[in-house]
Design a protein around this ligand. Structure first.
Ligand code: DQQ
Length: 486
C-alpha cells in the first residue's frame, strides 16, 4: 500500500484510517501528547474516536492505544473535539459527545500517564445549549482557570446572527453556569470573502499572547464554518474584559483556508505557544478510501505576537532537526534546477523584491512542467502578495485546484519564505504568514523545484528532509515484498 502511495507524508504525523482535528494538546512529564479526531476503521469521518500519540521532541510520534471510543451513552455517535486539563491533579478531558446529530459536553478522567480514560457517569455535564438562543450547533471546548474558577468557551452559531463563543463557568468541571456570549459574529459581514466569519464557529481557542508589560492581547482563533460548504480559519485580536471579548481586528490564520483547519494550541514548559492544525485532503473520497488514510497533522508551529497583536507563525525550531543534506546554498538564480529534486524538502529563501517584481517558486514539478505547483510572490502597489497556483499540480482532474492567496506583511519588499514539501503536504511561511495546501502530482518524476525572479535577488538554501522513523516503520510494515520503495 504505502510504497505505491507517493502522497503519504513522511515527516508529518499521519495514521491509518481517518484523522482530523488535533485535540487535548498537553505537555506532561516530559512528553508532548497529541490526541486527534480519529476513525481507525476507515478513512471516512464517522463514529469519531480520540487517537493518541506522544513525542519527546515534537517530531517523532509514537501512537498509543485509543483514548476515547464512542460508547452507549451521549457519545454513541462520536467523541468530538475537546481539550485536556488537570483539575485537582486529575487529568480530565472535556469533549463533545455526539448522539443523534447533536453534541453535548462530556468528561473523561485519565490515569496519571494519560493513557486510560474513564468516562464520567453523569455525562453530559451540560444537558442542553442555552434555552434563549436559537442555536445551530454547540460543540468544541476551550478551558482556562481564573483563580479557583474554570471558564469554558463552547463553539456555536445563532440562527440568523452568526458564529458565537458561549461562555460558561464552573468550580468543579461538573456543574456549569452559562454567563452569555463571550463574542458573537455577524454572518452578513464579509460574505463570500476570506474574512467571512460563517454561520458557526468550530474549535475556538482563546489565549493571551505577548509580553504582559509591553502590550498583551488576547487571541481568539476559530474555524469559520457554514454547513461544510465554507471552511476557513480566522482569528480575532482583542482584549478580554470580564465576560466579554472586545475585538480589535479580524485576520486570516492561514492563507490556505480549509487546508489548515480546526487548530488547537498549547503552552509548553518553556512558555512557548505551539499550534497544530488539520491539513484536510484535497482529493476525492474514493482516492482517500483507496489510499487507506485521510488527513495530515500539521508540523508544530511556534506562534508569537507582533507588536500590533497579529500573529507570527513559523515551524517550531525542532523541525530544523529533520534536515538531512544541504543540497544548495547560494544565489537563487544559480539554483541547479535539473539536479535539485525531491518530495521531502525544506526550501528557505531570503527574497528582495523591488516594487513591480515577481518571484515564482515551483515545487513537485516534472521536467516538462506538465505537472507543477507554483508559489508566486508579487510586490504590487498594494504590498506583497503570496499565491499558490495548483491548476497544474496534478494531471488527475478530480483533485482540488482552488487558487490560494493573500497579503504578506513587508514594508520594503523583503520576504523570508520557507516552503516545506512532504509529498502531498505543503506548508509555507512568508514573513510569519502561513499558506498551507495539499498537492497530488501523478507522475513519479514530479520532484523538481525551480526559481524564477523578474528583478531583485534571492538567497536560497535547500535541504532534503528525513522521514521520521515512525513513518518509515509504518512503511516497512505496510509494504509487501514485491513493491520496492521508489
Ligand atoms: N471536527 C469535530 C468537531 C469540530 C470539527 C468533529 C472541526 O468537534 O467542530 O470531528 O473540524
Amino acid at each position: 500500500l504505502a510504497a505505491t502511495d507517493p502522497h503519504r507524508p513522511e515527516f508529518h504525523f499521519v495514521t491509518a484510517g481517518w484523522l482530523n482535528d488535533p485535540n487535548g494538546l498537553t505537555f506532561h512529564e516530559g512528553l508532548f501528547h497529541l490526541f486527534y479526531q480519529y476513525n481507525p476503521y476507515a478513512p471516512v469521518h464517522h463514529k469519531i474516536h480520540w487517537g493518541h500519540a506522544v513525542s519527546s521532541d515534537l517530531l517523532e510520534w509514537e501512537e498509543l492505544p485509543i483514548a476515547l471510543t464512542p460508547g452507549t451513552g451521549p457519545d454513541e455517535d462520536g467523541c468530538w473535539s475537546g481539550v485536556l486539563v488537570h483539575h485537582d491533579g486529575v487529568p480530565t478531558i472535556m469533549y463533545s459527545g455526539r448522539k443523534g446529530g447533536s453534541e453535548l459536553p462530556c468528561l473523561a478522567f485519565g490515569t496519571p500517564d494519560l493513557t486510560q480514560w474513564r468516562k464520567h457517569p453523569d455525562n453530559p455535564v451540560i444537558s442542553a445549549p442555552p434555552a434563549d438562543l436559537d442555536i445551530i450547533a454547540f460543540r468544541d471546548h476551550c478551558l482556562w482557570q481564573e483563580g479557583d474558577t474554570w471558564r469554558q468557551v463552547i463553539g456555536s452559531g445563532v440562527r440568523g446572527v452568526g458564529g458565537a463563543a458561549l461562555l460558561y463557568e464552573s468550580r468543579d468541571l461538573r456543574s456549569w453556569t452559562y454567563l452569555g456570549p463571550l463574542l458573537t459574529g455577524n454572518a452578513e459581514t464579509n460574505k463570500g470573502t476570506p474574512l467571512w466569519t460563517g454561520t458557526m464557529w468550530e474549535c475556538i481557542d482563546v489565549f493571551p499572547l505577548g509580553d504582559a508589560g509591553s502590550g498583551q492581547h488576547h487571541i481568539m482563533v476559530f474555524s469559520a464554518w457554514d454547513h461544510g460548504v465554507t471552511m476557513h480559519t480566522l482569528y480575532w485580536v482583542g482584549q478580554m474584559e470580564g465576560d466579554r471579548f472586545i475585538p480589535e481586528g479580524l485576520h486570516r490564520l492561514d492563507l490556505g483556508g480549509r487546508f489548515f483547519y480546526a487548530p488547537q494550541s498549547m503552552r509548553d514548559e518553556a512558555g512557548r505557544r505551539l499550534m497544530f492544525g488539520w491539513l484536510q485532503e484535497g482529493r476525492s473520497d474514493a482516492a482517500q478510501i483507496a489510499a487507506g488514510w485521510s488527513g495530515v497533522m500539521s508540523l508544530p508551529r511556534l506562534v508569537t505576537a507582533r507588536p500590533d497583536g497579529t500573529l507570527h507563525q513559523h515551524p517550531a525550531p525542532e523541525v530544523d532537526r529533520l534536515r538531512s543534506r544541504l543540497l544548495f546554498d547560494g544565489d537563487g538564480s544559480h539554483l541547479p534546477t535539473a539536479e535539485l529534486t525531491g518530495d521531502q524538502l525544506d526550501v528557505e529563501l531570503d527574497v528582495t523584491l523591488p516594487p513591480g517584481a515577481t518571484l515564482e517558486v515551483k515545487v513537485r514539478a516534472t521536467p516538462d512542467n506538465a505537472e507543477q505547483t507554483v508559489y508566486l510572490l508579487e510586490h504590487t502597489t498594494n504590498g506583497v502578495r503570496l499565491s499558490l497556483d495548483r491548476s497544474t499540480s496534478s494531471l488527475d482532474p478530480t483533485v482540488d485546484t482552488t487558487p490560494l492567496s493573500g497579503s504578506i506583511p513587508s514594508s520594503d519588499g523583503k520576504v523570508s519564505l520557507r516552503i516545506l514539501v512532504d509529498h502531498s503536504a505543503l506548508e509555507s511561511f512568508a514573513n510569519g504568514v502561513p499558506l498551507t495546501a495539499r498537492a497530488y502530482p501523478t507522475r513519479h518524476d514530479a520532484l523538481g523545484i525551480g526559481l524564477r525572479q523578474s528583478a531583485g535577488q534571492t538567497t536560497a538554501r535547500v535541504w532534503s528532509m528525513n522521514s521520521t522513523s515512525r513513518n518509515t516503520t509504518a512503511h516497512t510494515h505496510r509494504v509487501s515484498a514485491d513493491l520496492p520503495r521508489r
